[in-house]
Structures are given as structure tokens and as C-alpha cells.
Design a protein around this ligand. Structure first.
Ligand SMILES: Nc1nc2c(ncn2[C@@H]2O[C@H](COP(=O)(O)OP(=O)(O)OP(=O)(O)O)[C@@H](O)[C@H]2O)c(=O)[nH]1
Length: 298
């Protein structure tokens, strides 16, 4: 029997959702950094086995008190992920404290689909601590199964996968064998720029920018090698942020461009010519038309 279905991974920002999805799908699907809220969009990773196919969705971390329209929209993605899952993985950072008022706990209390409570980062906590948190969470939600894993080290991941597969209904293969995601190269390229911005700039800068890939052309170098010619716009939400992105004499943006280009070449497996522009889009995070342009669907 062929099984297939949709699995949504939810959890607080930084719980390790992207790390887990990467461990499961076996490819670097979404940005992983130590800064919370790096995942803004739902990203699908597709895992195809002999007799099953799982479509994973890595939902943005739930934001307790949204400050921007952008964050409200991110919360809305979480709501849609409650509507279309065959299995829901509630990923919990075993190092953190939880309480009954957490937004996700409130939502999961009356959850109807198979719910797996998955403790992550067990490499970093004591067994006593883990047992305490588990007892506490079990008072508030009723998971069908509980798992203890380290997404980073891979511990417990095969067992979790086996349980998921057993849970899936009989169904068709939705995507071809070799497809790992439903996102295109443009998307990954913009994520690489954003990731580099997260690495390189501080305070509010990384959370105030949006990237738009203006053009993405396939050409050739002079000696006939494949070349992707990419032009991207970095939108900032305030005037004062533009000179910070550019840096003294253009030094910062030059570094950004060259590091991002190297990562793109690794990812795309061809030469890249990258051009970056900085534009101001005042308060884009609260601007409906800007949000639409940047792909935050309603
Ligand atoms: N020690 C330890 N660290 C982990 C583990 N899994 C993830 N991390 C770390 O936790 C941080 C956050 O991981 P992500 O996978 O980006 O978390 P996320 O839930 O996708 O975060 P958002 O994108 O903000 O929603 C990273 O620094 C990871 O390396 C684990 O099993 N053990």
C-alpha cells in the first residue's frame, strides 16, 4: 500500500523546526540560524520513500504578541496549518519553560488530528528536566504519541519518521521522486541573501529587510560555463537603515554580496553574478501592498 500525506511542524520560534525538517528531508531546505523568527513563510520539504511520500510544512514560529502586520500574517499561516494536516508535530524545545497560557497550547488543547508531542534538543537537558516538562505538558494537551529527539544529532529521528509513515492514509504520490521542495531557485536565492544579512548585521536590521529578486537570468561565462545572473533588491523599512546596509565606502554591502554569491554558487552548482541594490520602502511591515508584493498571502 502506498501512503502519502501532509505533516505540519509547529512550535515556538527557535524550537528547531527547520533543523528537524532538514534532518528528515536530508537537504538544507530552510534557513537555520540561532536568531529566532528566521522562518517567515511556509516551506515544504518532500520526503519520498519506497512506499510513501510525506509533504512537510515548516511553519513560522508563533508570535505571542504581534507588533507588525507581517507578524499577524505569520500567525495566520499557523492557523492554516491547523486545517490541512494528516499529522501535526508539536515541537518543543526541551530547554525552555512552558505554561498553560502559551498560544500554541491553547490551540492544541482541542486538536482533532493525530498530534505528536516532540521534545527536541534532548542532547542539552537532563532526564529529570525532560520528565518534568513532559508531565506538565501532558496536563494541558493530549498528544497521541510523545517522542524525544535531537534534531541536531539525529537521535530519535528515525523512530519519529517510522511513526509518521504508519499514521499516513493510503494515497497517491503527489510529487516526482526527485523533488525535494515546492519552492523555486529564486526563493532559495533570496533566502541566502537574508541569511547572510542575519549573519552580518545586528539589532533590528535583519528583521527590517525584505529581499526581492528582480531578475534571474541563465547565461554563460566567456569560457562557456553556466552562469546565473541575479539582481536583487534589499528593501529596508527606514531611511537610516540604508547607509548601515551599505557601510563605509560600500564595504558592508560588498562583503554581503560576495558571501551571498559564494553560498549561491554552492547551492546552484554554477557560477553566479550577483548585483545588490538597496531601496527604502517606508514601514513595509505594516503596508498591505508591500506585504502582498513580498509574497505574504492573506
Ligand atoms: N542542542 C541542540 N540545538 C538544536 C537542536 N535542534 C535545533 N537546535 C538549534 O536551535 C536553533 C534554532 O533552530 P531552527 O531549526 O532554526 O529553529 P526553528 O524552530 O526553525 O526557528 P524559526 O525559524 O525561528 O521558527 C539553532 O541554533 C539550532 O542549531 C538540537 O537537537 N539540539
Amino acid at each position: 500500500m502506498y501512503r502519502s500525506g501532509f505533516v505540519n511542524i509547529i512550535g515556538r520560534p527557535n524550537a528547531g523546526k527547520s533543523t528537524l525538517m532538514n534532518a528528515l528531508v536530508g537537504e538544507r531546505m530552510s534557513i537555520i540560524t540561532a536568531k529566532p523568527q528566521t522562518t517567515r513563510h511556509r516551506i515544504f520539504g518532500i520526503l519520498t520513500g519506497e512506499d510513501f511520500q510525506i509533504v512537510f510544512s515548516d511553519t513560522p514560529g508563533a508570535i505571542q504578541e504581534p507588533h507588525y502586520r507581517m507578524q499577524e500574517m505569520m500567525n495566520r499561516y499557523i492557523n492554516t496549518s491547523f486545517e490541512d494536516a494528516d499529522v501535526m508535530l508539536y515541537l518543543v524545545d526541551a530547554q525552555e519553560e512552558y505554561n498553560e497560557d502559551d498560544m500554541l497550547i491553547g490551540k492544541l488543547r482541542h486538536f482533532k488530528f493525530p498530534l505528536y508531542l516532540v521534545f527536541n534538543k534532548i542532547d542539552a537537558v537532563s532526564t529529570e528536566r525532560l520528565q518534568e516538562t513532559e508531565a506538565q505538558l501532558r496536563r494541558w494537551i493530549k498528544p497521541e504519541k510523545v517522542f524525544q529527539i535531537s534534531a541536531l544529532e539525529g537521535t530519535g529521528v528515525p523512530d519519529l519518521l517510522a511513526a509518521i509513515v504508519a499514521e499516513l492514509p493510503e494515497g497517491p504520490q503527489y510529487y516526482p521522486d526527485d523533488q525535494l521542495t515546492d519552492r523555486n531557485e529564486r526563493f532559495f536565492v533570496s533566502e541566502i541573501i537574508r541569511e547572510q544579512i542575519l549573519e552580518q548585521y545586528h539589532q533590528e536590521i535583519p528583521y527590517s529587510v525584505e529581499i526581492e529578486i528582480e531578475s534571474f537570468e541563465e547565461t554563460e561565462t566567456k569560457d562557456g560555463a553556466e552562469l546565473a545572473r541575479i539582481s536583487a533588491i534589499i528593501y529596508v523599512s527606514r531611511k537610516t537603515q540604508k547607509p548601515i546596509i551599505i557601510g563605509k565606502g560600500g564595504a558592508a554591502i560588498k562583503e554581503l554580496g560576495s558571501k551571498a554569491r559564494e553560498r549561491m554558487e554552492d547551492f546552484l552548482q554554477r557560477k553566479v553574478f550577483l548585483e545588490l541594490h538597496v531601496k527604502i520602502r517606508e514601514d513595509w511591515r505594516d503596508d498591505d501592498s508591500a506585504l502582498k508584493q513580498f509574497g505574504y498571502e492573506r
